[in-house]
Design a protein around this ligand. Sequence first.
Ligand code: PMP
Length: 479
Amino acid sequence: MDAHESLIELIGNTPLVRLRTPGAEGAAVYAKLEYLSAGGSVKDRIGLRMIEEAEKSGALRPGGTVVEATSGNTGAGLAMVAAAKGYRTVVVLPDKSSAEKIATLRAYGAEVVVRPGGLPAHDPEHILNVAARLAESTPGGWFAGQYGNPANPAAHYLTTGPEIWRQTEGRVTHLVSCVGTGGTISGTGRFLKEASGGAVRVIGADPASSVYSGGDGRPYFVEAAGRFRHPETVEDVWPDSYQQDVVDEILPIADRDALLTIRRLAREEGLLVGGSAGTAVSAALRVAAGLGPRELVVVILPDSGRQYLSKYFNDEWMLRQGFLDGDPGAPRVGDAVPAELRERPLPYLHHHRTVEQALDALRARQREGAEPVLPVGPAPVAPGRQPTSVELLGAVGLEQLTAALARGTAAAGDPIADHLAPPLPRFGTGEPAGAALAELAEQGGRTAVVVHDGHGVGLIGTAELRALVDQALSPSPLG
Ligand code: PMP
């Protein structure tokens, strides 16, 4: 029969398909479609290998429990293999993971523990620390630990690399891959370098603010790739699974480029892939444009766009984060903060400022005629760094803090982090001003944060929004 005994046989062995997008003058780009693996992502390979190695070493025994901290795909790979082999799975996820990923894990029967993302590595509630503790306290528990587990890069050295070499008949000259744990690029890249006698060039594709490509580590919106660094992280130790000696170059790719690229790939090529595939393809197209027809670029597309239908393929979400420009024929929120002003620092307060300092800043705002409220976020790791919209975890207002002081629930020297009101509403630069005005009124607010490319670029008040709307309605002075 033409059939398989187990779904485990359907992990990996993914096809290569040529991208049509690059011009004929550059090198051909072939995409490796990891979403066609049995569990839907590049991480099936390491799920299988890590479990099989643990079985061999005796770390995982029949009836045991697989525990992992992951943004989702490794959890799905592990949960799928564990289900097929009869183990229990517990996955600890950061809360920025998409709802689809969480639902997938639950569907595989995994227990899901959600913890706040964006914590410094030393925080006991950081997902890695939570998972390690859970593995220890669970009888028969085994912590997979993809960041330090040699089976992660080994899975790619033994499967992804050889597949690409075989599929291209040794003609591959450039490999482009995202770097999360670094397992994919390290294992695949090392194999291809060895097979080609060092000729294959290995290029990392990295979200622009990720530390791997020299960014300051602030949050970004492409899930599961790159490396975030919390402003309070003292020492940022990169994972063993990322073997930097294999990587020749690493290109920073803006979230906007990555996300607009996957929307184009879906519409123009029928390839529905996730955000990190957009980061990788953006980098691959850049690399290919500088090469000739004899060179051949292989780019790894780690997972499917179906996991991100509520985010990257949802116009409302994209507009709110300021990744879409909206309808230029109607007044837009961003018209109040024109491009040349978007580099100005956002007025906001660092969360360790005291109530007294905040009151001074809020009174100054009042003197300027603005509503005396300000968003609150972490101190910047680099001067001038605009906070990502997701970092603005709260707000403070003059009335609110004054009342707390009067009641005695706040003291002048307290950090404002202890007295936060809910975050200010946010609107993307491309959103229609009229709809934003209505939504702001509905929420009972008078000030909102304007978001462009995921970053706060200004504050906007009801009066400014109304002016934008009125301006568009009034007849032009030329009649
Ligand atoms: N993209 C996606 C969608 C992923 O799930 C991962 C794995 N976290 C990566 C990219 C990065 O792969 P690696 O961890 O092997 O560097």
